[in-house]
Structures are given as structure tokens and as C-alpha cells.
Design a protein around this ligand. Structure first.
Ligand code: BGC
Length: 762
């Protein structure tokens, strides 16, 4: 503790009157403290702050399993480490923090980062699933629960939210984002940042957020992870940037750059992205962390010859912290001493990092997040489970429900439950569960047992083939003989005598995620065959899908009466699915990503451009395929309920919109079915003509409305000029006068229509 006191004393003395109450400081005060500290740091110590290591700590010290542990440990003791990731739990983090605080010359605390993506121990649904709830408050709450648990286990900083827009279901990481739409994505980005950071970063239960990956990582060619990105400025500004701007406005304190290149320059060395846009134009005063090894990967990109050049270009471009390339610590000093890198760049990067550490309250008390009693108390707290269950129910999307097969009757039914995923307590956790424990999800089988008045018979039928479409190299659970159909007969026998068959099919949790792109997005292995075989003996099938991306389910859509999209719903999966199937929660989710009819349609998204040949003028020469229609299987925004809703009477209060005014458009929504239910009423706007071509329509608002059977409500949206802005041919964010069409309805095919005119003269 001695060193820590000394450094604190120095800072406080240099600032004269400041108290140790850093969490109440204004940013000016923090800036002064940062400057004071910077003044007494050696070049080595400064570079150390820019160095982040992956965890190397065992209970008793540096891990003997890890070859470079000794080297990292020595650097930690010398004050050459600013941050660590993948360190978990109060005991281990206290051990490393103690070294940083008590054994180094200045005692600067570490900032501990972790991938807290959708929960820490208690896992909520994967982010794509959460996005399907369209429930911004619930999503914020889910991030808050994640922060509560993560901070109690010593984490100060999460590498989330991932806010990469993607239009490609082949890309494995779509599971980690909010889907294809910049408007919905922006609201969710801000909600997640607020959830993680709260309104005071210095509180012991909040953590710093990371807006990642900056930028355009979701546009990797052909959906192959880490692949080249080649997109227009138009797409970059109008599609990719909005969630980042929104995260920044919500206060995101760090950004992570991305593995991809943009315009031939790796994002890590991209000054346009990191300096011109992020730090100058957007005025971001937090810090940028590289992605894992992305500084050294610039050699493989063919952008630099060696690590020294990689270091120079990365730091010049504004990558402030080196995650696991080990290049800054190796090369930066030489580069500064030889005057190749200006010390001002180092000072700027270090100031940014220190600022966030101050804001987190780490200088105030470096052990603030390290309370073993709190850790025990908070982890898996019943309230956390309650919250993730709510989130999980809201994330489910009802895709089809013919003959009101759902909700299931609660008694006197024989239900055949089929599919390996129905009895899987691991897969529903998704692939980002590094902080949590394997095999901790409630299975569908367990969830359905809570309805004991029916007879429930389970058969596996077939495994999910982990080797089909995304080889799971790192996952110990790779099974053999996964094309085994020996379970088919037993499954069919049970199905034949059942009133209803519930089949849980889809992807393993490790078939999506980083490095897990697929060219086929259908049901892996023999699951499709199993579905068709069971269908031969009983047509009353409810298909429950578990997956981390939109799947290709054309056959099921044609033949299976009820289809429920259940994604990977985290710890409470089984309870959430059972409660939805039995109607204790009426599904309200809407797809955040278009479901294609075939992989050949990808990229497919609702806010496409019309082109010069949109409609069939003749049989051949218009924008279409010869072997498939253009429309998706399920559009963006789509999702049913056990009740039905009717839209009518669209009305607009003014056909002219002037700059500082707003107009209102309203619609009447009626619950015409038999159940109480929630509907997400969606507003889309089309800018008819502009200086650059505009999408056929864009989501610009939505409201979640709950109605009793027979009840109606007028739902209205305010439209102001700012809602109509885009990055125009003038290279500014502006609206352009002209006519705009409005569409309101249940999904992105909304057909109730109005229009108005935006005028320039006010
Ligand atoms: C991912 C990041 C992640 C980092 C640290 C990288 O491979 O792209 O999103 O935060 O690893 O785990």
C-alpha cells in the first residue's frame, strides 16, 4: 500500500486543493491529475500503460503452463503493464493489482478488461437475440446485470458492446451484434453502454464499455471472418458509423479497432478512422485498444514489413493500447528515442488511458472492485436470474403459428420432445461464455417439466453435427459419428403417438461466433432429415430453433405449422422457451436480421437501394435471380404473437415539415385476437430523391404497445427534420428538401402509407 499512497500524495499535492474524492471530480480536475501524473512518468512507464497482456496468473503466481508468463510477470513488476485481460475473480485480480499498486515505482493501478458480452456468470441471451426483443430498457438492464456481476469479480472494463452492422448471415459474429439496421443498432448500442457504465463510472458496480470493432468489421467479404472489407463511403457513414456515434454520445469510454482493412489500410493503422473521425471530428477523449494482436497482424496484411513499422503506424494512427501484440513494449521506446514517433503521441495515448482509470475510481481505491464478499453475494443472485429470464422470453420470435398449435395446452397432452438441443445445457450459453461455467443452462427438457400435467417424452433423435459448416476445433466437445441416424426410429415412435411434437433443432453454440463463418446456413448434420422423417408420422410439429444467425429453413416454413426462433438464450433458456410455448409469455420479438431463402441472396437486407431496374418490365432484364425470388423468407422486423393485430387509419397532422418544427403521424392498432399481447409498431421512412440514392425505406421509430383482446390504441410518432439527416453528397450530415414516404406496420413490409414534404424555406 506504501507505493500507492506515495503516488496519490504526489498527484494530490500537485493539484493543490483536490480531495481524494475522484469520483466527484469534473473532467477538468481529472485532466489536471492526468497531467500531473504524466509529468513524473518515465518513457518506459508511459509505454507500459499502453501495454495490455492476456492473463498469466495462477492461484500462486505466474502460470507455469504459459510460456511467456515469466516475461510478463517481470514487466508487471517494473510498471510496464497498463492493463490485463482474461483475468477473472477477486483473488487472482487482487494478486496482480497488488503488484501494480504496491511494487511498481508509481503504483499506477491496472485496468482489468474482459469480454463480458452477454453476462458474466449469469448469462442473458446472445446479443442478436436480445436485439430481437426491441426492448431497449430490458437490453440496458441486461447489460447492467452483466456489469454488476463482472465488477464484483474484479473486471473494470468490458470489450462490449459489439455494434458492427452486418447483412451477412454467413458471418459467425452476427450473433454478437444487433443485426442489420443502423437505427435499431444505434439505440441498442447506447442502451448497452448505459447499462455497463451507469451514470457514474467510479461506482464499484459499473464498468467501462468498448464500442467495437471500429470499423466495418461486419462487412467482411463473403461473410468470412477477418476477410477484406471494401465498402463505399456512403455505406461507411450511413450504415456503419451511426451505432458508433450513438455509443459515443452515450459516453462509451473506449473503442476497439478491427481486424479488417478499409480502403487498403488495416483499421489498426487507419488514421482516417481513429484520428480524423473518432478523435478529431467526434471529439472522443477515451482510448482506443487494438484488437487481439491486430498490430502485429499488419505484417500478414502486407501493410508493414516488420513489428517496428507496425508499431510506428499503429501509434501514429491513434491505437492507444496494444492488446497482446507485445510490440509497443518492445519497439516504442526506440521509436521515440530515434524521433520516429513524437513523444506527444505517447503522451496523448497515455493521458487517455489514465483518464479512464481515474474515472473508474481506480486511483481513488485500486481495490474498489475487489471485494470477495460482494463477489460471492452478487454472482448468480436470484435477481440476476430473474432479469435474464425476462430478457430471454422477450428475445423469442414466433415465426409461424398455423392452426393455433401454440400455445400448448397445459394438461392431458402427450408431448414428444425431440432433438439433441432440447436436452443440452451448454449450447444455449452461446460461444461467448468465457467468464461463466459450461453446462449451466436450463434445458428445454427441464423447463418443460415445470408443466407436469402433460405427459412429456424426450428422445434425442440425432446429434447436432459440430463438424458440419463450422468445424469446432477448440471445443473439447467435438463428437464422432454425428451423421448417426440410429435414433430416428425411436424418435418417430414417440412422435407417432404424441398429440404434439416439439422439435428443438439448430446450431451448436460454437457454430457461430468469432472465426465461425459458414457457407451453408441450414440445419447442420442430419437434423433436417430428422425433421422430415418425424413429419411423416405426425404433422403437429412445433419447431424450436436454436441458432446464432439467421438460418435457411425453407422446407420448415412450407411444412411445419409452428416455428419459434429461440436463438441461444443463455442461463434461463429452458424456462423461457417453456413459458413461451405454454403461453405464460406471449411472444413479442421481431427479427433484427433478414432471414434469406438461400445463401445466394446474401447480402440481403430490408433497406436496400431500388436500382435502375427494380420491377419486372419484361422477363429478363431487371434486377432479379432466375432461380429464386428477390424477397426474403422472413423480413427484418417480422414476428408474430399468439394474438393478432390490425393496423388502420394512418393519419398525418401536417403534410409540410419545416426545419424547426415537427409533425406527427399516427395509426390505430387493435388487438383482434384472443390473447393479451405486445406489438412493436414500426415506422419506416423513404426519402424519394436525394443527392445520393437512398434506401427503399429506413426504420425511423418504433413503439412497443400492449393491448388486451378487443382493445385499440392510437400510436403516434413525431417526425422532425433531424430524423431525416444522412451523410450526403456534400459530405455533411444533412436533410434534403423533398417528399418523404411514411410506412407504418408490423414489419419492414409495412404497407399503410402517407407522405409529407420537407421544405427548405422556413
Ligand atoms: C475479438 C475481440 C475481443 C478480443 C479479446 C478478439 O479476437 O475480435 O472482439 O474483445 O479478441 O478477447
Amino acid at each position: 500500500m506504501k507505493k500507492y499512497c506515495i503516488i496519490l500524495l504526489i498527484i494530490l499535492t500537485l493539484n493543490g486543493c483536490q480531495t481524494n474524492n475522484i469520483n466527484k471530480s469534473t473532467s477538468d480536475v481529472i485532466n489536471q491529475k492526468v497531467d500531473s501524473l504524466l509529468n513524473i512518468m518515465t518513457l518506459d512507464e508511459k509505454i507500459g500503460q499502453m501495454n495490455q497482456y492476456n492473463g498469466f496468473w495462477d492461484v500462486t503466481g505466474p502460470s507455469p503452463k504459459n510460456g511467456d508468463a515469466k516475461y510478463k510477470y517481470e514487466n508487471l513488476k517494473k510498471g510496464l503493464v497498463g492493463s490485463m485481460l482474461n483475468m477473472r475473480g477477486v483473488r487472482d485480480i487482487t494478486a496482480v493489482q497488488k503488484i501494480a499498486v504496491e511494487e511498481t515505482r508509481l503504483g499506477i493501478p491496472l485496468i482489468i478488461g474482459n469480454d463480458v458480452i452477454h453476462g458474466y456468470k449469469t448469462l442473458s441471451p446472445i446479443p442478436l437475440a436480445e436485439a430481437a426483443s426491441w426492448d431497449i430498457d430490458e437490453i440496458e438492464n441486461s447489460a447492467r446485470i452483466a456489469a454488476l456481476e463482472a465488477s464484483a469479480a474484479g473486471t473494470n472494463w468490458t470489450f462490449a458492446p459489439m455494434i458492427d452492422i452486418s447483412r451477412d448471415a454467413r458471418w459467425g459474429r452476427v450473433m454478437e451484434g444487433a443485426g442489420e439496421d443502423p437505427y435499431l443498432g444505434s439505440l441498442i448500442a447506447a442502451a448497452r453502454v448505459r447499462g455497463f457504465q451507469g451514470d457514474d463510472l467510479s461506482k464499484h458496480y459499473t464498468i467501462a464499455a468498448t464500442a467495437k470493432h471500429f470499423a466495418a468489421y461486419g462487412f467482411s467479404e463473403s461473410g468470412r471472418d477477418y476477410n477484406t472489407v471494401d465498402i463505399s463511403r456512403n455505406t461507411l457513414y450511413n450504415v456503419v458509423f451511426p451505432p458508433f456515434i450513438s455509443a459515443l454520445d452515450a459516453g462509451a469510454r473506449t473503442f476497439m479497432n478491427s481486424f479488417n482493412e478499409l480502403d487498403g489500410i488495416p483499421a489498426t493503422a487507419n488514421s482516417f478512422l481513429q484520428r480524423d473521425i473518432l478523435k478529431e471530428e467526434w471529439n472522443f477523449d477515451g482510448f482506443v485498444v487494438s484488437d487481439w494482436g491486430s498490430i502485429s497482424e499488419m505484417i500478414a496484411h502486407g501493410y508493414v514489413k516488420n513489428g517496428v513499422d507496425a508499431t510506428e503506424l499503429a501509434v501514429e494512427a491513434g491505437s492507444d493500447m496494444d492488446m497482446e501484440s507485445h510490440l509497443y513494449i518492445k519497439n516504442l521506446k526506440g521509436l521515440v528515442e530515434s524521433k520516429k514517433v513524437d513523444i506527444k503521441l505517447i503522451d496523448d495515448a497515455v493521458s487517455r488511458i489514465l483518464r479512464v482509470k481515474f474515472e473508474l475510481g481506480l486511483f481513488d481505491d485500486p481495490y474498489r472492485y475487489l471485494d470477495a464478499d460482494r463477489e460471492k453475494e452478487v454472482m448468480h443472485h436470484p435477481n440476476n436470474h430473474k432479469a435474464v429470464l425476462e430478457m430471454a422470453k422477450k428475445s423469442i420470435v414466433l415465426l409461424k403459428n398455423e392452426n393455433q398449435l401454440l400455445p400448448l395446452k397445459k394438461e392431458n397432452q402427450t408431448i414428444a420432445l425431440i432433438g439433441a438441443l432440447a436436452n443440452d445445457d451448454n449450447s444455449p450459453l452461446g460461444n461467448w461464455r468465457t467468464n461463466s461455467d459450461n453446462n449451466t443452462a436450463i434445458t428445454v427438457l427441464e423447463g418443460m417439466k415445470a408443466y407436469p400435467k402433460n405427459k412429456l417424452i424426450y428422445r434425442k433423435g440425432a446429434d447436432v453435427n459440430l463438424n458440419d459448416g463450422g468445424v469446432v476445433k477448440f471445443h473439447e466437445k467435438v463428437k464422432i459419428n454425428e451423421n448417426d441416424k440410429s435414433g430416428f426410429n425411436s424418435a418417430k415412435n414417440v412422435a407417432r403417438n404424441a398429440d404434439i411434437v416439439v422439435m428443438v433443432l439448430g446450431e451448436d453454440g460454437f457454430q457461430s461466433g468469432e472465426g465461425r463463418s459458414r457457407t451453408k446456413i441450414d440445419l447442420p448434420g442430419v437434423q433436417q432429415e430428422l425433421l422430415e422423417e418425424v413429419y411423416k408420422v405426425n404433422k403437429n410439429i412445433v419447431l424450436v430453433l436454436m441458432n446464432g444467425r439467421p438460418l435457411n429453413i425453407n422446407w420448415a416454413d412450407k411444412n411445419i405449422p409452428s416455428i419459434v426462433e429461440a436463438w441461444q438464450l443463455g442461463t434461463q433458456t429452458g424456462n423461457a422457451i417453456a413459458q413461451v410455448l405454454y403461453g405464460d409469455y406471449n411472444p413479442s420479438g421481431k427479427l433484427p436480421m433478414t432471414f434469406p431463402r438461400s445463401v445466394g441472396q446474401i447480402p440481403i437486407y430490408y433497406n436496400y437501394k431500388n436500382t435502375g431496374r427494380p420491377g419486372p418490365k419484361n422477363e429478363v432484364f431487371w434486377t432479379h435471380y432466375n432461380d429464386e425470388v428477390n424477397t426474403p423468407l422472413y423480413p427484418f422486423g417480422y414476428g408474430l404473437s399468439y394474438t393478432t393485430f390490425e393496423y388502420s387509419n394512418i393519419a398525418i397532422d401536417n403534410k409540410i415539415l419545416k426545419k424547426n418544427n415537427s409533425i406527427n403521424v399516427s395509426v390505430e392498432l387493435k388487438n383482434t385476437g384472443k390473447f393479451k399481447g405486445k406489438e412493436v409498431v414500426q415506422l419506416y421512412i423513404k426519402d424519394r430523391y436525394a443527392s445520393i440514392t437512398r434506401p427503399v425505406r429506413e426504420l425511423k421509430g418504433f413503439e412497443m404497445i400492449e393491448l388486451n383482446p378487443g382493445e385499440s390504441k392510437t400510436v403516434s410518432f413525431e417526425i422532425s427534420e433531424s430524423l431525416l439527416r444522412f451523410y450526403s453528397a456534400n459530405e455533411v450530415w444533412e436533410s434534403e428538401p423533398g417528399i418523404f414516404d411514411i410506412f407504418i406496420g408490423t414489419d419492414s413490409n409495412a404497407s399503410l402509407q402517407e407522405n409529407f414534404k420537407l421544405i427548405r424555406k422556413f
